[in-house]
Design a protein around this ligand. Structure first.
Ligand SMILES: [Zn+2]
Length: 506
Protein backbone atom coordinates (compact mmCIF):
# COMPACT_ATOMS: atom_id res chain seq x y z
CA UNK A 1 0.00 0.00 0.00
CA UNK A 2 2.62 2.48 1.10
CA UNK A 3 4.94 1.57 -1.70
CA UNK A 4 2.30 1.77 -4.41
CA UNK A 5 0.97 5.16 -3.44
CA UNK A 6 4.46 6.66 -3.24
CA UNK A 7 5.10 5.52 -6.80
CA UNK A 8 1.88 7.16 -7.95
CA UNK A 9 2.76 10.32 -6.05
CA UNK A 10 6.20 10.33 -7.67
CA UNK A 11 4.58 10.09 -11.07
CA UNK A 12 2.24 12.99 -10.26
CA UNK A 13 5.06 15.20 -9.06
CA UNK A 14 7.01 14.45 -12.27
CA UNK A 15 3.95 15.25 -14.37
CA UNK A 16 3.30 18.45 -12.47
CA UNK A 17 6.80 19.78 -12.91
CA UNK A 18 6.65 18.92 -16.60
CA UNK A 19 3.35 20.82 -17.05
CA UNK A 20 3.45 23.94 -14.85
CA UNK A 21 0.15 25.38 -16.15
CA UNK A 22 -1.75 22.34 -14.96
CA UNK A 23 -0.14 22.61 -11.54
CA UNK A 24 -0.96 26.28 -11.24
CA UNK A 25 -4.60 25.76 -12.05
CA UNK A 26 -4.78 23.01 -9.47
CA UNK A 27 -3.55 25.24 -6.61
CA UNK A 28 -5.06 28.58 -7.53
CA UNK A 29 -8.54 27.75 -6.27
CA UNK A 30 -10.48 30.97 -5.89
CA UNK A 31 -13.21 31.21 -3.31
CA UNK A 32 -16.60 32.70 -4.12
CA UNK A 33 -17.26 36.26 -2.96
CA UNK A 34 -19.23 36.29 0.30
CA UNK A 35 -22.93 37.17 0.25
CA UNK A 36 -25.37 37.61 3.08
CA UNK A 37 -27.57 34.75 1.80
CA UNK A 38 -24.67 32.31 1.49
CA UNK A 39 -23.21 33.11 4.90
CA UNK A 40 -26.60 32.89 6.60
CA UNK A 41 -27.21 29.50 4.96
CA UNK A 42 -24.01 28.24 6.59
CA UNK A 43 -25.38 28.89 10.09
CA UNK A 44 -27.28 25.89 11.46
CA UNK A 45 -28.85 25.25 14.83
CA UNK A 46 -27.16 21.84 14.91
CA UNK A 47 -23.71 23.45 14.79
CA UNK A 48 -24.68 26.19 17.25
CA UNK A 49 -25.94 23.56 19.67
CA UNK A 50 -22.86 21.37 19.18
CA UNK A 51 -20.57 24.33 19.94
CA UNK A 52 -22.38 25.26 23.13
CA UNK A 53 -22.39 21.58 24.17
CA UNK A 54 -18.59 21.67 24.02
CA UNK A 55 -18.55 24.74 26.29
CA UNK A 56 -20.89 23.04 28.76
CA UNK A 57 -18.61 19.97 28.74
CA UNK A 58 -15.63 22.24 29.53
CA UNK A 59 -17.50 23.71 32.50
CA UNK A 60 -18.76 20.37 33.81
CA UNK A 61 -15.36 18.68 33.54
CA UNK A 62 -14.33 20.21 36.87
CA UNK A 63 -16.16 20.21 40.22
CA UNK A 64 -17.02 23.94 40.23
CA UNK A 65 -18.96 23.52 36.94
CA UNK A 66 -18.11 27.03 35.82
CA UNK A 67 -16.23 28.94 33.13
CA UNK A 68 -15.24 31.90 35.32
CA UNK A 69 -11.86 33.42 34.38
CA UNK A 70 -8.97 31.38 35.72
CA UNK A 71 -11.06 28.17 35.91
CA UNK A 72 -10.21 25.06 33.87
CA UNK A 73 -13.53 25.47 32.03
CA UNK A 74 -12.58 28.96 30.90
CA UNK A 75 -9.04 28.08 29.94
CA UNK A 76 -10.33 25.14 27.89
CA UNK A 77 -12.71 27.54 26.14
CA UNK A 78 -9.84 29.84 25.21
CA UNK A 79 -7.60 27.09 23.81
CA UNK A 80 -10.47 25.47 21.94
CA UNK A 81 -11.35 28.77 20.23
CA UNK A 82 -7.70 29.32 19.31
CA UNK A 83 -7.42 25.84 17.77
CA UNK A 84 -10.72 26.08 15.90
CA UNK A 85 -9.76 29.43 14.41
CA UNK A 86 -6.18 28.45 13.55
CA UNK A 87 -7.38 25.31 11.77
CA UNK A 88 -9.25 27.49 9.25
CA UNK A 89 -5.96 28.94 7.91
CA UNK A 90 -7.85 32.14 7.10
CA UNK A 91 -7.11 34.26 10.17
CA UNK A 92 -4.16 35.65 12.07
CA UNK A 93 -4.99 34.24 15.49
CA UNK A 94 -3.47 35.43 18.74
CA UNK A 95 -3.96 35.23 22.48
CA UNK A 96 -3.77 38.56 24.29
CA UNK A 97 -2.70 38.06 27.88
CA UNK A 98 -3.78 40.19 30.83
CA UNK A 99 -3.94 39.81 34.59
CA UNK A 100 -6.58 40.44 37.20
CA UNK A 101 -7.83 39.33 40.59
CA UNK A 102 -10.81 36.97 40.68
CA UNK A 103 -12.76 34.93 43.20
CA UNK A 104 -12.29 31.57 41.51
CA UNK A 105 -14.32 29.59 44.01
CA UNK A 106 -16.46 30.34 47.01
CA UNK A 107 -19.32 28.99 49.06
CA UNK A 108 -21.22 29.41 52.29
CA UNK A 109 -20.60 26.19 54.23
CA UNK A 110 -22.87 27.14 57.09
CA UNK A 111 -25.23 29.94 58.02
CA UNK A 112 -27.12 28.96 61.13
CA UNK A 113 -29.21 31.43 63.15
CA UNK A 114 -30.41 30.39 66.62
CA UNK A 115 -29.84 26.80 65.60
CA UNK A 116 -31.76 27.06 62.31
CA UNK A 117 -30.12 26.63 58.90
CA UNK A 118 -30.86 29.87 57.10
CA UNK A 119 -30.52 30.82 53.47
CA UNK A 120 -28.01 33.49 52.49
CA UNK A 121 -25.91 34.48 49.47
CA UNK A 122 -22.17 34.86 49.33
CA UNK A 123 -20.92 38.34 48.51
CA UNK A 124 -18.26 38.13 45.81
CA UNK A 125 -14.68 38.62 47.08
CA UNK A 126 -15.74 37.76 50.64
CA UNK A 127 -12.85 36.60 52.82
CA UNK A 128 -12.91 33.08 54.21
CA UNK A 129 -13.84 32.78 57.86
CA UNK A 130 -15.70 30.81 60.53
CA UNK A 131 -17.31 32.34 63.60
CA UNK A 132 -20.08 31.57 66.07
CA UNK A 133 -21.16 34.74 67.86
CA UNK A 134 -24.11 37.08 68.44
CA UNK A 135 -25.43 39.31 65.64
CA UNK A 136 -24.83 43.01 66.42
CA UNK A 137 -26.84 45.61 64.46
CA UNK A 138 -24.87 48.50 63.04
CA UNK A 139 -26.19 52.10 63.25
CA UNK A 140 -27.60 53.85 60.18
CA UNK A 141 -26.47 52.27 56.91
CA UNK A 142 -22.98 51.36 58.09
CA UNK A 143 -21.21 53.76 55.75
CA UNK A 144 -19.19 55.49 58.48
CA UNK A 145 -16.71 54.04 60.98
CA UNK A 146 -18.75 55.67 63.77
CA UNK A 147 -21.75 53.47 62.86
CA UNK A 148 -19.87 50.42 64.18
CA UNK A 149 -20.17 49.99 67.99
CA UNK A 150 -17.24 48.90 70.17
CA UNK A 151 -19.17 45.78 71.30
CA UNK A 152 -18.79 44.44 67.74
CA UNK A 153 -15.31 43.03 68.41
CA UNK A 154 -15.33 39.28 67.70
CA UNK A 155 -19.04 39.33 66.80
CA UNK A 156 -21.10 39.40 63.57
CA UNK A 157 -22.10 42.78 62.12
CA UNK A 158 -25.70 43.04 60.89
CA UNK A 159 -25.84 45.83 58.31
CA UNK A 160 -28.58 47.23 56.06
CA UNK A 161 -28.00 47.55 52.34
CA UNK A 162 -27.99 51.12 51.01
CA UNK A 163 -26.11 54.34 50.30
CA UNK A 164 -22.51 53.07 50.11
CA UNK A 165 -21.03 49.97 48.50
CA UNK A 166 -20.93 46.53 50.11
CA UNK A 167 -17.14 46.50 50.05
CA UNK A 168 -16.90 49.56 52.30
CA UNK A 169 -19.33 47.98 54.78
CA UNK A 170 -17.29 44.78 54.93
CA UNK A 171 -14.04 46.72 55.49
CA UNK A 172 -15.50 49.04 58.15
CA UNK A 173 -16.99 46.05 60.00
CA UNK A 174 -13.60 44.35 59.88
CA UNK A 175 -11.81 47.49 61.04
CA UNK A 176 -14.20 47.58 64.03
CA UNK A 177 -13.16 44.03 64.93
CA UNK A 178 -16.18 42.12 63.57
CA UNK A 179 -15.49 38.53 62.53
CA UNK A 180 -18.15 38.47 59.79
CA UNK A 181 -20.63 40.79 58.08
CA UNK A 182 -24.25 40.00 57.22
CA UNK A 183 -25.83 42.57 54.90
CA UNK A 184 -29.62 42.49 54.61
CA UNK A 185 -31.56 43.82 51.63
CA UNK A 186 -33.38 47.18 51.69
CA UNK A 187 -36.13 45.82 49.43
CA UNK A 188 -38.14 42.60 49.47
CA UNK A 189 -36.16 39.41 48.86
CA UNK A 190 -32.48 38.63 48.78
CA UNK A 191 -29.72 39.73 46.42
CA UNK A 192 -26.41 38.81 44.84
CA UNK A 193 -23.68 41.38 45.16
CA UNK A 194 -19.97 41.98 44.98
CA UNK A 195 -17.55 43.65 47.36
CA UNK A 196 -15.45 44.48 44.25
CA UNK A 197 -11.97 43.08 43.63
CA UNK A 198 -9.42 43.79 46.37
CA UNK A 199 -7.23 45.53 47.36
CA UNK A 200 -9.06 48.50 48.78
CA UNK A 201 -7.45 51.48 50.52
CA UNK A 202 -9.73 51.41 53.60
CA UNK A 203 -8.65 47.92 54.68
CA UNK A 204 -9.38 44.20 54.31
CA UNK A 205 -12.63 42.38 53.71
CA UNK A 206 -14.03 39.95 56.25
CA UNK A 207 -16.36 36.97 55.65
CA UNK A 208 -19.45 38.63 54.11
CA UNK A 209 -22.87 37.30 53.13
CA UNK A 210 -26.24 38.76 52.15
CA UNK A 211 -29.76 37.92 53.38
CA UNK A 212 -33.32 39.02 52.68
CA UNK A 213 -34.81 42.21 54.05
CA UNK A 214 -37.41 40.11 55.92
CA UNK A 215 -34.77 38.14 57.84
CA UNK A 216 -32.56 41.18 58.50
CA UNK A 217 -35.25 43.50 59.84
CA UNK A 218 -36.68 40.62 61.89
CA UNK A 219 -33.33 40.09 63.60
CA UNK A 220 -32.86 43.83 64.23
CA UNK A 221 -36.31 44.05 65.81
CA UNK A 222 -35.69 41.06 68.07
CA UNK A 223 -32.27 42.36 69.18
CA UNK A 224 -33.62 45.86 69.79
CA UNK A 225 -36.30 44.20 71.93
CA UNK A 226 -33.59 42.68 74.12
CA UNK A 227 -33.08 39.24 72.57
CA UNK A 228 -29.68 37.74 71.76
CA UNK A 229 -29.41 36.09 68.37
CA UNK A 230 -26.49 33.72 67.94
CA UNK A 231 -25.30 32.81 64.49
CA UNK A 232 -22.62 30.69 62.86
CA UNK A 233 -21.10 31.98 59.64
CA UNK A 234 -18.70 29.66 57.82
CA UNK A 235 -17.51 30.87 54.43
CA UNK A 236 -14.72 29.53 52.21
CA UNK A 237 -13.46 31.44 49.20
CA UNK A 238 -10.40 31.37 46.97
CA UNK A 239 -9.31 34.73 45.57
CA UNK A 240 -6.43 34.52 43.12
CA UNK A 241 -4.32 36.54 40.79
CA UNK A 242 -5.50 35.26 37.43
CA UNK A 243 -3.71 35.28 34.11
CA UNK A 244 -6.22 35.12 31.26
CA UNK A 245 -6.51 35.82 27.54
CA UNK A 246 -8.58 37.44 24.85
CA UNK A 247 -8.69 35.35 21.67
CA UNK A 248 -8.29 37.54 18.58
CA UNK A 249 -8.72 36.45 14.97
CA UNK A 250 -8.32 38.85 12.06
CA UNK A 251 -8.82 37.81 8.45
CA UNK A 252 -5.54 37.66 6.55
CA UNK A 253 -7.44 39.02 3.54
CA UNK A 254 -9.50 42.17 3.06
CA UNK A 255 -8.73 45.84 3.52
CA UNK A 256 -7.13 46.15 6.96
CA UNK A 257 -7.86 49.89 7.03
CA UNK A 258 -11.61 49.45 6.78
CA UNK A 259 -12.21 46.72 9.25
CA UNK A 260 -15.33 45.32 10.94
CA UNK A 261 -14.81 44.15 14.52
CA UNK A 262 -17.25 41.99 16.45
CA UNK A 263 -17.17 40.15 19.71
CA UNK A 264 -18.70 38.30 22.63
CA UNK A 265 -17.28 37.13 25.93
CA UNK A 266 -15.77 33.75 26.77
CA UNK A 267 -16.15 33.81 30.56
CA UNK A 268 -19.06 32.97 32.84
CA UNK A 269 -19.76 33.90 36.45
CA UNK A 270 -18.71 31.51 39.22
CA UNK A 271 -22.30 30.32 39.74
CA UNK A 272 -22.67 28.49 36.45
CA UNK A 273 -21.39 27.42 33.03
CA UNK A 274 -22.62 30.55 31.20
CA UNK A 275 -24.04 28.83 28.15
CA UNK A 276 -26.51 31.55 27.15
CA UNK A 277 -24.33 34.24 28.83
CA UNK A 278 -22.25 34.23 26.74
CA UNK A 279 -21.65 30.80 25.28
CA UNK A 280 -24.35 31.70 22.77
CA UNK A 281 -22.52 34.83 21.57
CA UNK A 282 -19.17 33.01 21.58
CA UNK A 283 -20.44 30.13 19.46
CA UNK A 284 -22.58 32.34 17.22
CA UNK A 285 -19.54 34.42 16.34
CA UNK A 286 -17.29 31.36 15.98
CA UNK A 287 -19.73 29.72 13.57
CA UNK A 288 -19.76 32.87 11.45
CA UNK A 289 -15.94 32.98 11.53
CA UNK A 290 -15.84 29.37 10.33
CA UNK A 291 -18.36 30.02 7.56
CA UNK A 292 -16.60 33.20 6.42
CA UNK A 293 -13.40 31.26 5.77
CA UNK A 294 -15.03 29.71 2.68
CA UNK A 295 -15.35 33.10 0.99
CA UNK A 296 -13.47 36.04 -0.48
CA UNK A 297 -13.95 39.40 1.23
CA UNK A 298 -13.14 43.04 0.50
CA UNK A 299 -12.88 44.35 4.06
CA UNK A 300 -10.99 42.71 6.90
CA UNK A 301 -12.89 41.37 9.91
CA UNK A 302 -11.60 41.00 13.49
CA UNK A 303 -13.36 38.51 15.76
CA UNK A 304 -12.77 39.28 19.45
CA UNK A 305 -13.48 36.71 22.15
CA UNK A 306 -13.19 38.74 25.35
CA UNK A 307 -12.26 37.42 28.79
CA UNK A 308 -13.19 38.94 32.14
CA UNK A 309 -16.41 40.57 30.94
CA UNK A 310 -18.16 39.47 34.12
CA UNK A 311 -15.49 41.16 36.26
CA UNK A 312 -16.10 44.52 34.56
CA UNK A 313 -15.42 44.34 30.79
CA UNK A 314 -11.76 43.63 31.51
CA UNK A 315 -10.77 41.95 28.25
CA UNK A 316 -12.46 44.33 25.83
CA UNK A 317 -11.15 47.29 27.82
CA UNK A 318 -7.62 45.88 27.73
CA UNK A 319 -7.90 45.30 23.98
CA UNK A 320 -9.13 48.81 23.19
CA UNK A 321 -6.69 50.52 25.53
CA UNK A 322 -3.74 48.69 24.00
CA UNK A 323 -4.74 49.24 20.40
CA UNK A 324 -2.42 51.69 18.59
CA UNK A 325 -4.29 54.85 17.50
CA UNK A 326 -3.94 54.01 13.80
CA UNK A 327 -5.49 50.57 14.35
CA UNK A 328 -8.34 52.07 16.36
CA UNK A 329 -8.99 54.35 13.39
CA UNK A 330 -9.03 51.31 11.07
CA UNK A 331 -12.09 49.84 12.83
CA UNK A 332 -15.15 51.17 11.03
CA UNK A 333 -17.63 49.53 13.40
CA UNK A 334 -17.96 47.11 16.33
CA UNK A 335 -20.79 44.61 16.83
CA UNK A 336 -21.46 42.96 20.20
CA UNK A 337 -23.32 39.71 20.85
CA UNK A 338 -23.79 38.97 24.52
CA UNK A 339 -26.65 36.50 25.12
CA UNK A 340 -28.48 35.58 21.92
CA UNK A 341 -30.43 32.44 22.91
CA UNK A 342 -32.44 33.48 25.99
CA UNK A 343 -35.21 30.98 26.76
CA UNK A 344 -38.00 33.61 27.02
CA UNK A 345 -36.35 35.84 24.43
CA UNK A 346 -36.94 39.23 22.88
CA UNK A 347 -35.15 40.37 19.73
CA UNK A 348 -33.41 43.47 21.05
CA UNK A 349 -31.06 45.70 19.06
CA UNK A 350 -28.68 48.24 20.60
CA UNK A 351 -30.22 51.68 20.39
CA UNK A 352 -27.53 53.28 18.22
CA UNK A 353 -29.66 56.25 17.17
CA UNK A 354 -30.63 57.09 20.75
CA UNK A 355 -34.33 57.15 19.89
CA UNK A 356 -35.40 54.90 22.77
CA UNK A 357 -32.86 55.60 25.51
CA UNK A 358 -31.44 59.05 24.97
CA UNK A 359 -27.91 57.73 24.45
CA UNK A 360 -26.58 57.99 20.92
CA UNK A 361 -23.54 56.05 19.73
CA UNK A 362 -20.87 57.61 17.48
CA UNK A 363 -21.88 58.22 13.81
CA UNK A 364 -22.55 54.86 12.20
CA UNK A 365 -24.27 53.39 15.28
CA UNK A 366 -27.66 54.45 13.91
CA UNK A 367 -26.85 52.70 10.61
CA UNK A 368 -25.90 49.50 12.45
CA UNK A 369 -29.18 49.61 14.33
CA UNK A 370 -31.18 50.20 11.19
CA UNK A 371 -29.32 47.40 9.35
CA UNK A 372 -30.27 44.94 12.11
CA UNK A 373 -33.85 46.23 12.22
CA UNK A 374 -34.09 45.50 8.49
CA UNK A 375 -32.72 42.02 9.12
CA UNK A 376 -35.45 41.17 11.63
CA UNK A 377 -38.11 42.78 9.45
CA UNK A 378 -37.03 40.65 6.46
CA UNK A 379 -37.15 37.59 8.69
CA UNK A 380 -40.76 38.49 9.53
CA UNK A 381 -39.91 39.13 13.18
CA UNK A 382 -40.57 41.98 15.59
CA UNK A 383 -37.71 43.75 17.34
CA UNK A 384 -37.21 46.09 20.27
CA UNK A 385 -34.41 48.36 21.49
CA UNK A 386 -31.76 47.79 24.14
CA UNK A 387 -29.78 50.60 25.75
CA UNK A 388 -26.09 51.45 25.52
CA UNK A 389 -25.87 51.32 29.30
CA UNK A 390 -22.19 50.34 29.25
CA UNK A 391 -22.87 46.87 30.64
CA UNK A 392 -21.26 44.79 27.95
CA UNK A 393 -18.14 44.81 25.81
CA UNK A 394 -19.27 47.52 23.38
CA UNK A 395 -18.58 50.07 26.15
CA UNK A 396 -14.82 50.45 25.59
CA UNK A 397 -15.38 50.73 21.81
CA UNK A 398 -17.96 53.51 22.24
CA UNK A 399 -15.52 55.27 24.58
CA UNK A 400 -13.00 55.70 21.76
CA UNK A 401 -15.58 56.78 19.20
CA UNK A 402 -16.11 53.48 17.35
CA UNK A 403 -19.72 53.13 16.17
CA UNK A 404 -21.29 50.09 17.78
CA UNK A 405 -24.30 47.85 17.54
CA UNK A 406 -25.44 44.30 18.05
CA UNK A 407 -28.28 42.16 19.34
CA UNK A 408 -29.39 40.79 22.69
CA UNK A 409 -32.18 38.41 23.70
CA UNK A 410 -32.54 39.39 27.37
CA UNK A 411 -31.31 38.64 30.88
CA UNK A 412 -33.10 38.80 34.24
CA UNK A 413 -35.74 41.39 33.31
CA UNK A 414 -39.34 40.18 33.34
CA UNK A 415 -41.10 39.95 30.00
CA UNK A 416 -43.85 42.54 29.63
CA UNK A 417 -47.33 41.81 28.24
CA UNK A 418 -46.43 43.86 25.18
CA UNK A 419 -43.27 41.81 24.62
CA UNK A 420 -45.18 38.55 25.01
CA UNK A 421 -47.46 39.76 22.22
CA UNK A 422 -44.50 40.73 20.05
CA UNK A 423 -42.26 37.69 20.63
CA UNK A 424 -44.41 35.01 22.24
CA UNK A 425 -43.17 33.46 25.45
CA UNK A 426 -44.42 34.21 28.96
CA UNK A 427 -45.17 37.65 30.37
CA UNK A 428 -44.09 38.20 33.96
CA UNK A 429 -41.27 35.65 33.63
CA UNK A 430 -37.57 36.58 33.29
CA UNK A 431 -36.24 36.67 29.74
CA UNK A 432 -33.53 34.34 31.05
CA UNK A 433 -34.60 32.62 34.28
CA UNK A 434 -31.14 31.04 34.54
CA UNK A 435 -29.20 34.31 34.16
CA UNK A 436 -25.95 34.06 36.17
CA UNK A 437 -27.13 30.76 37.69
CA UNK A 438 -26.10 27.12 37.70
CA UNK A 439 -28.93 26.29 35.28
CA UNK A 440 -27.52 28.47 32.46
CA UNK A 441 -26.64 25.32 30.54
CA UNK A 442 -27.57 23.74 27.20
CA UNK A 443 -31.19 23.24 28.30
CA UNK A 444 -31.52 26.98 28.89
CA UNK A 445 -31.12 27.89 25.21
CA UNK A 446 -33.91 28.85 22.85
CA UNK A 447 -32.70 27.48 19.53
CA UNK A 448 -35.08 29.55 17.37
CA UNK A 449 -33.60 32.74 18.80
CA UNK A 450 -30.07 31.31 18.66
CA UNK A 451 -30.34 30.42 14.98
CA UNK A 452 -31.97 33.71 14.01
CA UNK A 453 -29.40 35.83 15.85
CA UNK A 454 -26.61 33.63 14.44
CA UNK A 455 -27.91 34.48 10.99
CA UNK A 456 -28.10 38.17 11.96
CA UNK A 457 -24.39 38.04 12.78
CA UNK A 458 -23.72 36.31 9.45
CA UNK A 459 -25.74 38.90 7.56
CA UNK A 460 -23.92 41.84 9.15
CA UNK A 461 -20.48 40.28 8.67
CA UNK A 462 -21.14 39.42 5.01
CA UNK A 463 -22.52 42.89 4.30
CA UNK A 464 -19.75 44.95 5.91
CA UNK A 465 -16.98 42.58 4.80
CA UNK A 466 -18.19 43.33 1.27
CA UNK A 467 -18.70 47.10 1.42
CA UNK A 468 -19.02 50.15 3.67
CA UNK A 469 -20.98 52.00 1.04
CA UNK A 470 -23.46 54.39 2.64
CA UNK A 471 -21.77 54.02 6.03
CA UNK A 472 -20.39 57.20 7.65
CA UNK A 473 -16.61 57.67 7.62
CA UNK A 474 -14.89 57.35 10.99
CA UNK A 475 -14.40 60.66 12.71
CA UNK A 476 -11.05 59.78 14.22
CA UNK A 477 -10.57 63.15 15.88
CA UNK A 478 -13.52 62.42 18.13
CA UNK A 479 -12.82 62.79 21.83
CA UNK A 480 -12.98 59.91 24.25
CA UNK A 481 -16.36 59.41 25.90
CA UNK A 482 -18.02 60.39 22.66
CA UNK A 483 -21.33 58.89 23.69
CA UNK A 484 -23.64 61.80 24.30
CA UNK A 485 -27.18 62.47 25.41
CA UNK A 486 -29.69 62.86 22.67
CA UNK A 487 -33.05 64.50 23.05
CA UNK A 488 -35.56 61.67 23.10
CA UNK A 489 -38.69 62.19 21.13
CA UNK A 490 -41.55 62.15 23.58
CA UNK A 491 -43.71 59.91 21.40
CA UNK A 492 -41.25 57.03 21.34
CA UNK A 493 -41.74 54.12 23.70
CA UNK A 494 -39.03 53.39 26.18
CA UNK A 495 -38.11 49.74 26.32
CA UNK A 496 -35.70 49.44 29.16
CA UNK A 497 -33.36 46.54 28.55
CA UNK A 498 -30.36 46.79 30.74
CA UNK A 499 -28.12 43.80 30.91
CA UNK A 500 -26.82 43.66 34.42
CA UNK A 501 -23.66 41.77 33.63
CA UNK A 502 -21.95 43.49 36.52
CA UNK A 503 -23.16 42.32 39.95
CA UNK A 504 -24.48 45.09 42.16
CA UNK A 505 -21.90 46.84 44.24
CA UNK A 506 -24.27 48.60 46.61
ZN1 LIG B 1 -22.60 38.36 29.20
Amino acid sequence: MTMKSSIVLGALVAAASATPTLRRRQYNTTKPVVTSEALQADISRENLLAGTQILEDFAYASPNRTRIIGSPGHNDTIYWLKEELEALDYYDVSLQNFFTVAMVSGQINTFVVNGVNTSADLLEYSASGTVTAPLVPVANLGCNATDYPAELAGKIALISRGSCDFGLKSVLAGNAGAAAAVIYNNAAGGFNGTLSAPPRPEGEYIASISITQELGTGYVEAITGGATINATVDVATVISNVSTYNVLATTKGGDQHNKLALGGHTDSVLAGPGINDDGSGTVGILEVAKALSKYEINNAVTFGFWAGEEEGLLGSTYYVENLPANETADIRAYLNFDMIASPNYVHAIYDGDGSAFNLTGPPGSAELESFLEDFFTSAGENFTATAFDGRSDYGPFLDVGIPSGGTFTGAEELKTEEEAEMFGGEAGVALDVCYHSACDNIDNLNLDAFELHGKAIASAVATYATSWEGFPARNTTVARRSIKPHARKASQPRHYRSKRSLPSRK
